[in-house]
Design a protein around this ligand. Structure first.
Ligand SMILES: Cc1cc2nc3c(=O)[nH]c(=O)nc-3n(C[C@H](O)[C@H](O)[C@H](O)COP(=O)(O)OP(=O)(O)OC[C@H]3O[C@@H](n4cnc5c(N)ncnc54)[C@H](O)[C@@H]3O)c2cc1C
Length: 390
């Protein structure tokens, strides 16, 4: 499979495999148990060029395509689906949003320091009124003197050691026009209040939590893209990240499968090899088939994305279907571990927990099925429907 990968993509996959095995795997269970990702891992990921992977070389990145980003995401997720999930935000979502929306000055200011890992970024959109339901969001940017002021609150923001926040909010231009924009908030800004990070089921160690903004002063060059439409103009970054997120679900299922196969091959029960128990071999074969189908679906679409030919709604198909399938695979295979699978210390059940978190983060499966339905019935691959007649 994937015999069409070019030399550069293969080299990146090999590099990510090595990084995953040597740097991530040895501490992946500790990241989960301690709810903490060591700064040293983040520094090594930056050293390997992962933070600037898709950022253009003009701004300190490697300019890699989305197939490459998916390969890297899959390899890292085999060891730590949680760390891989947080990494897509740094590799793709935030820098690509800046590259799409930003002015030349903003790109020069933000991207090289994000690519080097000096200033980790966070993407802050979800709110209590529903992550995808922007009309219910309360965060607001309004004009104030020569600049603007931001007030509001966000939920579930994956931050790691973030220093630069991309914040999505309702906007007003002071001339009666309203919209949905994107602004840059720095950790040092007065009025940024980060709550203690939430303890969570999966994706542990990635510092997900709530943020409050009180009278945060913004200069005009803190507004990313058009004041009134910036928040809905980075769809390409969202789609790319959704594909990479699906790649982390794939890697999560593959990581669980690899460890389970190894375990089953070595374990003896009732005086014979465990693999001779009929349901055991069947479930492994079934998982193998499902993972292979997910891989074919994902890379076909990542390749089409890079070529500019991906069909509407297909990033959502990948996210929802691969995410749900990965959870089913992990839940099924966990059963083969018996009591060992239930003990957190074996580092196995984290795959199932991470797989479930992936069915919610970056838009829950149902949100993505709603996007697919909009594509089917209205020809629009988003939740924003065209006005109806009459
Ligand atoms: C580990 C983790 C990390 C996250 N990181 C970030 C981050 O960095 N930045 C950020 O902004 N957000 C982040 N999120 C938030 C995430 O994007 C949202 O949790 C997710 O999109 C679901 O939104 P919600 O929690 O508001 O659920 P709700 O909107 O309340 O939805 C609840 C459920 O209702 C159903 N539903 C909702 N909408 C629809 C629909 N349109 N059609 C059909 N059914 C629907 C689904 O079953 C959904 O799961 C993260 C979440 C998690 C769990």
């Amino acid at each position: 499979m994937l015999d069409w990968l070019n030399d550069e993509q293969r080299a990146l996959r090999d590099m990510a495999q090595e990084f995953s095995r040597n740097e991530v795997e040895p501490i992946a269970t500790a990241i989960d148990l301690d709810e903490h990702t060591p700064d040293s891992l983040i520094a090594k990921a930056a050293e390997f060029g992962l933070y600037g992977l898709t950022t253009s070389p003009d701004y300190g990145g490697a300019g890699a395509d989305i197939v490459s980003a998916c390969l890297v995401s899959e390899e890292i997720a085999k060891a730590s689906p949680a760390f891989a999930g947080a990494l897509t935000v740094e590799m793709i979502l935030c820098p690509m949003t800046v590259e799409i929306l930003g002015t030349e000055e903003q790109k020069q200011r933000i991207l090289p320091r994000s690519a080097s890992g000096e200033r980790v970024m966070a993407y802050s959109q979800s709110e209590p009124g529903g992550a995808a339901n922007a009309s219910a969001h309360i965060s607001k940017v309004v004009p104030d003197g020569n600049g603007f002021v931001l007030n509001g609150a966000k939920l579930f923001c994956t931050q790691g050691p973030a220093k630069t926040y991309l914040v999505f909010a309702k906007t007003e231009d002071g001339q009666g026009n309203t919209g949905y924009g994107c602004v840059v908030v720095e950790r040092e800004d007065t009025g940024l209040d980060i709550a203690p990070y939430d303890d969570k089921l999966g994706w542990r160690g990635t510092n997900t939590g709530s943020i409050a903004f009180t009278d945060i002063r913004l200069e005009p060059d803190d507004i990313l893209g058009d004041l009134l439409t910036g928040g809905i103009s980075n769809r390409r970054a969202n789609q790319a990240n959704v594909l990479a997120h699906a790649a982390t679900s794939l890697g999560c299922a593959q990581g669980m499968f690899d460890k389970t196969l190894e375990y089953v091959k070595e374990r003896r029960l009732y005086g014979k090899d465990m693999s001779e128990l009929q349901p055991v071999s069947y479930w492994l074969a079934e998982a193998h088939a499902k993972i292979a189908a997910c891989r074919a679906l994902l890379y076909e679409n990542a390749r089409a994305f890079d070529a500019g030919t991906m069909q509407g709604g297909m990033s959502s198909v990948c996210k929802a279907w691969i995410g749900d399938t990965a959870f089913d695979v992990c839940a099924r295979l966990l059963q083969l571990w018996g009591g060992s699978g239930i003990m957190n210390s074996t580092g196995i059940n984290r795959y199932m927990r991470d797989a479930k978190a992936k069915c919610i983060a970056e838009g829950s499966s149902e949100i993505h099925y709603a996007i697919i339905a909009n594509q089917l019935f209205h020809g629009v691959p988003s939740l924003v429907r065209p006005p109806t007649k009459g």
